[in-house]
Design a protein around this ligand. Structure first.
Ligand code: ADP
Length: 245
């Protein structure tokens, strides 16, 4: 089953802007400027690597893209919504509906089975319980773990746990999948399998941004955005209609 068939959604138009950051600045107390005016546009269907040395602002950028944090200045638009105009409650709803997260350390619920963990990805979707389980099963099958649905995380390998986490992140068909060092805790074979899965999901329509330290991995992705000291210093594919600068 294809990603785009999981919830029966149609094809996205070619140049749908999924995320648009303009002049995004993030300052922390103590005069730390984590981001110093970032412009970044991600359109539907992209697979973007975000790279940069430790402390360059990648996590801050991911948190702002994922609406987990708000910028000190600048604007963020996600799935057509100006995040700055929304209440915290509205932002939470936007995040639940449109953003999927994958973390280096999986963040699965240890006491829950793989299927229950994936079902959690539809918790705020308004989808009825039986349908949530059906979609969760389909997502698990999509990541190659049909036979592991009743296993708890401790009975799965790291690579399998990350695939469960990916199934959880995509089961609600988010507009944007954000992955923070998704292969960082995996051996190279499992890491490769996880990256292949992300490539496949992208080929089936998912829009994905991946933070990585891994140069080789980053260079294998169609677009690379390099961050240094809170600034975008390289973007291998600046979108044609990247907004006002
Ligand atoms: P990266 O993910 O590239 O390692 P970060 O976004 O985590 O970079 O950090 C960028 C800068 O912001 C660093 O100088 C870091 O020390 C600082 N920083 C990050 N989070 C906080 C915070 N909560 N409070 C103060 N400074 C922070």
């Amino acid at each position: 089953m294809k990603f785009s068939e999981l919830a029966g959604a149609g094809e996205a138009p070619d140049v749908e802007v999924v995320a648009e950051l303009r002049g995004v600045t993030k300052e922390y107390p103590g005069a730390v400027t984590a981001l110093g005016g970032v412009d970044l546009t991600i359109t539907a269907g992209e697979l973007v690597a975000i790279v940069g040395p430790s402390g360059s602002g990648k996590s801050t950028l991911l948190h702002i893209l994922g609406t987990l944090d708000r910028p000190t200045a600048g604007t963020v638009a996600l799935a057509g919504h100006e995040v700055g105009e929304l209440s915290d409650r509205q932002v939470s709803a936007l995040r639940a509906r449109h953003i999927g997260f994958v973390f280096q350390s999986f963040h699965l619920v240890p006491a829950a089975t793989a299927l229950e963990n994936v079902t959690e990805g539809l918790r705020y979707s308004g989808v009825a319980r039986g349908e949530r389980r059906r979609r969760a099963r389909a997502a698990l099958e999509r990541v190659g773990l049909r036979e592991r649905a009743e296993h708890k995380p401790h009975a799965l390998s790291g690579g399998q746990q990350q695939r469960v986490a990916i199934a959880r992140a995509v089961v609600g068909q988010p507009k944007l999948l954000l992955a923070d060092e998704p292969t960082g805790a995996l051996d190279s074979v499992s890491g490769k399998a996880v990256m292949e899965l992300l490539h496949e999901l992208n080929a089936e329509g998912a829009t994905i941004a991946v933070i990585t330290h891994d140069r080789e991995l980053a260079e294998s992705l169609p677009r690379l955005v390099r961050i240094l000291d809170g600034h975008v210093v390289e973007d291998t594919r600046p979108p044609a209609r990247g907004g006002a600068r």
